[in-house]
Write a protein that binds this ligand. Structure first.
Ligand code: FNR
Length: 180
């Protein structure tokens, strides 16, 4: 099973990127996770959506080739960060590569609510007509106070969180199998 992880933070030491890398390593025998960085993705522009820059073509191809998408998002001002919305705008147009492709959302933030608001908004966006992605319900991964859960080398050290991830990743895989 091939999953593309789309991470909504482009900062160098992003906890959400560390989470994506943790998942990539820990579950390598069960899933092939490719991490799509949004760092070089230009701002969506309807003027060139039919002939977009190469980075957009490559990004869309990566998503198209995956069996499912794992959205790993921080929360900015109570909602989804702009880089992630920008990525969705590209994906939602022309060949609309997300339609029918299963999604699973998770996120980490320094606040106690662990991206609850951002994830609710992201859920709504992923149900919109140009995206129309089936989503795994339940299994909500809200990692709050994330700065206390990773060590200096980027390892997720919080045992409860790791145990929970072990369970939800298995649930995610069983669910995605219905679609591939
Ligand atoms: C934040 N942060 C934040 N945290 C939160 O729990 N709720 C929020 O609404 C916000 N809003 C917010 C806005 C902006 C512009 C920034 C830069 C930050 C804090 C956020 O959780 C923290 O910076 C995380 O570390 C961001 O995720 P990455 O970059 O570590 O993946």
């Amino acid at each position: 099973m091939k999953v593309v992880a789309i991470v909504g933070s482009i900062r160098e030491k992003s906890y959400n990127m560390q989470l994506a890398q943790f998942i990539q390593k820990r579950y390598a025998e069960k899933i092939e996770v490719e991490i799509a960085s949004l760092k070089d993705l230009p701002m969506y522009n309807q003027d060139n959506e039919n002939e977009p820059p190469q980075t957009v073509i490559d990004f869309k191809a990566k998503v198209k080739a995956a069996d499912a998408v794992l959205w790993i998002t921080p929360e900015y001002n109570g909602t989804v960060p702009g880089v992630m919305v920008n990525a969705i705008d590209w994906l939602s147009r022309v060949d609309k590569v997300m339609i029918g492709k299963p999604s699973f959302i998770m996120g980490a933030s320094m606040g106690n609510l662990g991206t609850v608001k951002a994830q609710l908004h992201l859920r709504d966006i992923l149900f919109s007509a140009g995206v129309n992605s089936p989503q795994l319900s339940g299994n909500d991964v809200y990692i709050g106070a994330v700065h206390t859960k990773f060590d200096q080398t980027g390892n997720l050290t919080d045992e409860g969180t790791v145990k929970f991830l072990d369970m939800v990743i298995d649930n995610f895989l069983s669910w995605v199998k219905k679609y591939v």
